[in-house]
Write a protein that binds this ligand. Structure first.
Ligand code: CAA
Length: 259
C-alpha cells in the first residue's frame, strides 16, 4: 500500500510514523486511518528486528487536531460503520505486540487525542495541549476517547474534561497520568527513542505479554489474573527465559532472541 497521509522511517528497529497532513493540522481522515491500520497489521512486517514505533505529527502546530471534521459531513447515515473502521485501527495499535509511543507537540485534540490514547505511552512537549472539543460540534468523542480517557484519569475528571472542552496544558497531562513525560519542544522523538532503546534490551516476548496482560486489566471480557498466569507460564517455556536466568547467574548481559 502506498502511504499518502503518513510516512514512515526506520532507524535501528525504531519506526517513526509521521502523520503527514500539516495543512489540516494532521486531522485524522479515512486515508490516514486505513494507512495506519495497514502499517500495524501488515506494513511493519517489512522491518526485521523491530523494537517499537513512535507516532508523531508533521509541522509545528499539531500532533493531530482531531478527526477530519470536513469528512464528517457526509457520513451521518453510515456513522457506525465509519467509526468502527476507526476503532479497528485504534484497537490494532493498542493491542500491537510491540510498544507504541505517541510523541506529541502542539494540539492533540479529539480524534488526535484518541490516537495518542491508543498508544502504550505518551511523551508530550512543553507546547503540547490536549482536549476533547467534540461537544462544541454537538458530538461525543467517537474513537474510544470516552473509554480510554476515563480509564486513565477516572470518571469525574473525564466527565469534566469532555463536558467543558477545557484545553489541558502539557504539565497537567503529566500530573493527571495521561502523559508519561514532559520534555522541551523538539525533544519528543528523542525522549521516545530513549525509552524504546531501553525496552529493546529486554526480552521481546516478555514485552509482548506486558502489553497483553496490562491491556487485559481494561478488557471486561477477560480475567486479567488468568491472562497474567497464562503469560507467565508460556514465557517460562521460552529460550528467552533460559537466557535471562543464565545471564543473571553468569553475571552477564542477557542476549534475547525473542524465541
Ligand atoms: N478537521 C479538518 N480540518 C481541520 C481540523 C479538523 N479537525 N482542525 C484544523 N483543520 C484545518 C482548518 O480547517 C484549517 O484549514 P484551512 O486552512 O483549509 O481553512 C487548517 O487546519 C488550520 O486550522 P486553523 O486555521 O483553524 O488553525 P488555528 O491555529 O487558527 O486553530 C485549532 C487551531 C484550535 C486546532 C482549530 O483548527 C480547531 O479548533 N480545529 C478543530 C478541533 C476539533 O474540533 N477537533 C475535534 C474534531 S471531532 C472528532 O475528533 C470526533 C471524534 O472523536 C471521532
Amino acid at each position: 500500500m502506498k502511504y499518502t497521509s503518513i510516512h514512515t522511517t526506520n532507524t535501528d528497529g525504531i519506526v517513526l510514523i509521521t502523520l503527514d497532513r500539516p495543512k489540516a493540522l494532521n486531522a485524522v481522515n479515512t486515508a490516514m486511518i486505513s494507512e495506519l491500520y495497514h502499517f500495524f497489521t501488515e506494513g511493519y512486517q517489512q522491518y526485521t528486528d523491530l523494537i517499537g514505533v513512535i507516532i508523531t505529527g508533521s509541522g509545528e502546530k499539531a500532533f493531530a487536531a482531531g478527526a477530519d471534521i470536513k469528512e464528517f459531513m457526509d457520513v451521518a447515515d453510515t456513522a457506525k460503520d465509519f467509526l468502527r473502521t476507526g476503532h479497528r485501527m485504534f484497537d490494532a495499535i493498542e493491542n500491537w505486540h510491540k510498544p507504541v509511543i505517541a510523541a506529541i507537540h502542539g494540539f492533540a485534540l479529539g480524534g488526535g487525542c484518541e490516537l495518542a490514547l491508543a498508544c502504550h505511552m505518551r511523551v508530550i512537549a512543553d507546547n503540547g495541549k490536549m482536549s476533547f472539543p467534540e461537544v462544541n460540534l454537538g458530538l461525543v468523542p467517537g474513537y474510544g476517547g470516552t473509554q480510554r480517557m476515563s480509564q486513565l484519569i477516572g470518571k469525574a475528571r473525564a466527565m469534566e474534561l469532555m463536558m467543558t472542552t477545557d484545553m489541558l496544558p502539557a504539565v497537567r497531562t503529566v500530573e493527571l497520568g495521561i502523559c508519561n513525560h514532559l520534555v522541551p519542544v523538539g525533544e519528543v522523538v528523542a525522549k521516545s527513542t530513549e525509552i524504546l532503546k531501553k525496552i529493546g534490551t529486554k526480552g521481546p516476548l516478555a514485552i509482548k505479554h506486558i502489553i497483553s496482560t496490562v491491556n487485559a486489566c481494561f478488557d471486561q471480557t477477560k480475567n486479567g489474573y488468568e491472562v497474567e498466569l497464562d503469560a507467565f507460564a508460556e514465557l517460562m517455556q521460552t529460550q528467552d527465559f533460559q537466557e535471562g536466568v543464565s545471564a543473571f547467574v553468569e553475571k552477564r548481559k542477557a542476549e534475547f532472541k525473542g524465541e
